[in-house]
Design a binder for this molecule. Structure first.
Ligand SMILES: [Ca+2]
Length: 232
């Protein structure tokens, strides 16, 4: 099952490749969507509110975030994270060791990001990033957004944060199509008259003894003996 959308790379688990030969053949077939369900893609202007329960490390938002699209994520509310009733907002807690600013705290979902903060990842095994109270997200890949609570023990937690997801830009598919590249037809051995007909008047003409160079905005045509010899 693909955790995110992207280009698939295939590898050989070896140390020294210079003495290898041959190739494997890999077949790939689409078997359909996992759980017979495609996650929802946000339409422009749509706002999604997801509840992130404190009693589990990760919550599947059910939403796909798309590469090259910008999203606003905001986290609100407070969760209780220990039996003494201590609570945390999505910003996390820094007031005990090893959770102080910049401190490494092994055992937490992310030992580097703030304890008890709101986390995100794209796909169930994607790299973990900090959302905290607010984040402008520019997804590096297209995939389903997961929301997490950076804790060690989830059995003493209760409550939920509320996360709001809003796309700030259109998806790539809604960008206006690019104008097709101009088709320029200049062939070897064309005469200057034929080039003039195809490309129009050049920006610059360089005349040398044996050859002529016509320079266009993004093209250079070289004539030798009155015929096109090279187009660059
Ligand atoms: Ca806890």
């Amino acid at each position: 099952m693909a955790p995110v959308s992207g280009q698939l790379f295939l590898g050989v688990n070896d140390v020294y490749f210079a003495d290898n030969s041959g190739a494997w053949t890999v077949g790939i077939t689409e078997e359909g969507y996992a759980e017979n369900r495609a996650p929802t893609r946000l339409t422009p202007g749509q706002q999604i509110v997801v509840s992130v329960p404190a009693a589990q490390p990760w919550t599947d938002s059910g939403m796909v975030v798309e590469q090259n699209r910008i999203y606003s994520l905001t986290g609100n509310g407070a969760i209780v994270y220990s039996r003494d009733g201590s609570s945390s907002t999505p910003a996390g807690r820094f007031n005990w060791s090893p959770c102080g600013p910049g401190e490494y705290h092994p055992g937490f979902v992310s030992p580097e990001l703030p304890c008890l903060s709101l986390l995100g990842r794209i796909g169930p095994i994607g790299p973990v990033f900090e959302i905290g109270p607010a984040l402008t997200l520019n997804p590096p890949v297209t995939g389903e957004l997961y929301l997490g609570v950076n804790d060690t023990d989830y059995s003493d937690n209760y409550g939920a944060w509320i996360v709001t997801l809003v796309p700030l830009s259109e998806g790539v598919s809604t960008l206006p199509p690019q104008a097709p590249a101009e088709i320029q037809t200049v062939h070897e051995n064309d005469t200057p008259a034929q080039v003039l007909a195809a490309l129009g008047e050049p920006d610059k003409k360089v005349d040398m003894e044996s050859k002529k160079i016509w320079i266009y905005k993004d093209l250079k045509v070289t004539f030798v003996n009155g015929k096109v010899a090279e187009v660059q």
